[in-house]
Design a protein around this ligand. Structure first.
Ligand SMILES: CC(C)=CCC/C(C)=C/CC/C(C)=C/COP(=O)(O)O
Length: 279
């Protein structure tokens, strides 16, 4: 189906060409024949169309080459391709924003599912950094077996690593939280004004994998762990805290973070060595 823009030949997309009313994809590396043809018949329009092209806007040297009938340099094609990527990305982003807005049904008390908000906030707290850090420290302190202490210490290391990595990515990406979010979260860092990735989602994925790998759990409890992780992610979007992509990337990042924890696993020997160096 031709795009609405295609109905107006004077405003064609730089990558679509109109030939006898038919719109076809044009080569990215060859000069657009119709464009050159029209330059002769209607120089004003043709000049406008050439100057409208994103590649022409970037530099005047390549536009001179094209206008004189020479094939544009190979790098023109390379420059145009990213615009396709940009269009694809902005379409995905638009879908993401639209879906996130529609799913943000508990963003405030007046929202359509506002009555579920307290439950969602409870799920939010279950994935917050403070209860997890406090729980790991408590279990480490209470554990009387070397194996238990080893597991808890590595969980603690994983949780701190998670805070660090999420903080770095948030500070680099700096994606704002959805506009419908009410910033009433408890205990946040300054980077937590940014939404990409969801720290709750990374923690849920990493801790979920950690629990499944290191605790001997009966099948219903294993299902419960997975369910909890999924609910933590869903509650982020329903509360309006995050866009869907923040949570999806967060799950992936948390999954990978667990691999990192396994790679950096602190064994009792390593611990003794570290403590010996400190003493
Ligand atoms: C000891 C220590 C460094 C504690 C910090 C715990 C803390 C305040 C974590 C922040 C957790 C949080 C609010 C993350 C944001 O999650 P999003 O899912 O909204 O990105």
């Amino acid at each position: 189906m031709p795009s609405p823009k295609a109905k107006n030949p004077g405003r064609g997309s730089p990558v679509l060409g109109g030939v006898n009313g038919r719109y076809e994809f044009m080569s990215l590396t060859k000069p657009p024949p119709l464009l050159l043809q029209r330059q002769g018949s209607d120089p004003t329009t043709a000049r406008l169309r050439v100057s409208e092209s994103p590649t022409r806007r970037r530099g005047s040297s390549s536009s001179t080459g094209s206008a004189s009938g020479q094939a544009p340099p190979e790098e023109d094609g390379i420059r145009l391709n990213p615009s396709f990527v940009r269009v694809a990305l902005s379409s995905l982003l638009a879908i993401d924003l639209w879906m996130s807005k529609r799913l943000g049904v508990c963003a405030c008390e007046d929202s359509s599912w506002g009555s579920v908000r307290p439950l969602m906030k409870l799920i939010e707290i279950s994935g917050h950094g403070i209860p997890w850090l406090a729980g790991a420290v408590y279990c480490l302190y209470k554990s009387d077996s070397a194996a238990g202490q080893e597991v808890m210490l590595n969980l603690l290391m994983g949780l701190l690593l998670d805070l660090l990595l999420v903080g770095i990515v948030k500070a680099v990406v700096r994606r704002r939280r959805p506009s419908h979010n009410r910033m009433d979260m408890f205990a946040t860092f300054s980077v937590d004004r940014y939404s990409f990735p969801s720290g709750h989602a990374t923690r849920a994925a990493m801790c979920g994998r950690f629990l499944l790998a290191h605790l001997v759990l009966a099948a219903p409890l294993r299902v419960l762990v997975l369910l909890w992780a999924g609910l933590v992610g869903l509650s982020r979007v329903m509360l309006g805290r995050h866009n869907v992509t923040d949570v999806m990337f967060g799950f992936w990042m948390g999954y990978c973070q667990y691999n990192l924890v396994e790679m950096l696993w602190l064994s009792p020997q390593t611990l003794q060595g570290l403590l010996g160096q400190l003493a």
